[in-house]
Design a protein around this ligand. Sequence first.
Ligand code: ZN
Length: 412
Amino acid sequence: MTEQPFTMPEFPNSDPQFPPIPDIPPVQEIPGTPQDQPVPEIPRIPDDAQNPPPAAPPERPERTVTVCPVPHTMDDFSPDTIRILSLPHISQFEAESCRHKKEKPWYRRLIFLNIFLIIMTVTLVISGYDEYQKQMTDFTAEVIADYLAQSAESEDTDAEDSEDEDTADDTQEDDEKEEPDYEEFAEKIPLGYKMLGYGIALMLIGYLSLYYLNADVRSKSVKVTERNFPEVHALIHSFSDRLGMKAPEAYIVSENGILNAFSAFLFKRQYIQINSEVFEVAYREHRDMNALAFIIAHEVSHIYFGHSTLHYNAWIWFSQQLPLVSQIASRTREYSCDRLAQRLTNYDGIGSMLMLVMDRHLYYMVDVQDYLDHAAQEGGFFLWLVNLFSTHPVMTKRIRALADWNGSGELY
Ligand SMILES: [Zn+2]
């Protein structure tokens, strides 16, 4: 075999390391691309001196006073309102005669119970002083011992990191045994001290919650003024003037369909909340000003009789928490205020009560005489029981009492 001499294969160009670069195809113009158009100039922010003064804001449209037309002058008030506003002054004797005959006796019983609760607590506190001291000393010693044991153990753990698991478990069990038992301690505390604690908490929480409730009402309401629902404003002032008292503030709150109103108090002032749903009967449904006026008069009556004052409630602060007796006393107050509201409005108030029973749309269709006839036949143990645990008299009794115009309603 003869050796063939190696010859380099021929490359297209002279330099084998750099093959010729293939021709780059010309850039294709993408249709729609502004190739040759000039770049738009970015607008320059002018200097302060050249800045034109800001344009005047557009004029606001004039605010309308009301969305739904509510009477704003005496001429526009409903005939019912004008009738109620022209009713005469009520003497103190006449107003007092509206009180339920059992209201004052039950208030006195609540005061007695309240004082009894306070005296009992103080007596128990005094008599259980030694026991309380012993329990406190024992428990404090237990807490200190537990604290010392824990700190000693943490020091040990820092020193000996490599302890086996069994020993760790044992130590944990020991810890659990040594830990102060708070539940056991609470059980051992004498009754008087527990009652004292509950009493102080009840007073503080109760009093502060009055302010919380008021703030809540103010935050989501429309205040009744001479310009907002002036007809209602006039009624509240008329009721207050006729009773010789300062007119309370009133707030309208929407409560998602709940027909209700209440009067409440702060340190020295009272206010009324009326749910907007009750207003609808006067301004949207039946133009029934009587039904609304009666409910407002009932709340003003609570304030007149002092039910919504701090001193009235302070005397019965603790006994009011007792079941049954507080409900009975509350029912007497409701009857009293219904009766005074009748005097203030010269209206029986049955429509207002039926509105609470039937809601604001249909109460107008109830045959009152038929309702009263049936209500008179209602009775039985369980109805008695329902009434017994109610803060307000059951409607069958309450409406019958209203239909009487006189006397005190059935408590039981
Ligand atoms: Zn009431």
